[in-house]
Design a protein. Structure first.
Length: 120
């Protein structure tokens, strides 16, 4: 396994645990189960998406996504906003050139056509 794979696995575990702690805190505060569960799934989706983008960046030698995720944390709306804005601002130069390792829509495409923005 590479460093990027290890960081992705550990970051996803961290995201899951922080989201569960946040869910427990919401339930203890008296928030209804429906809203707490929706918050849990929203936190998980945001964290997994951020980790996927950071994984794509790390594979191409850019550690900024992992640094943003380590700084921002997981599991609550504030960390979600800071982490998402931080990753998108770190990705923006590469997203404009469609390099494939920062744009979530392009990361999984088998052919990127050299970064010319062509979709297959």
């Amino acid at each position: 396994m590479s460093f990027a794979d290890n960081m992705r696995i550990l970051s996803n575990i961290n995201c899951g645990l922080a989201s569960l702690v946040s869910y427990g805190e919401m339930r203890q505060s008296g928030i209804p189960p429906y809203y707490a569960t929706m918050g849990l799934f929203g936190n998980l989706a945001n964290g997994f998406m951020r980790n996927d983008i950071a994984y794509g960046m790390q594979r191409w030698g850019n550690p900024t996504g992992n640094l943003v995720n380590m700084y921002a944390g997981y599991g609550n709306p504030i960390s979600n906003a800071i982490g998402t804005m931080g990753i998108m601002s770190a990705c923006s130069p590469w997203m404009f050139f469609n390099m494939g390792y920062c744009n979530p829509m392009q990361m999984y495409r088998p052919f990127n056509f050299g970064g010319f923005g062509l979709f297959c």
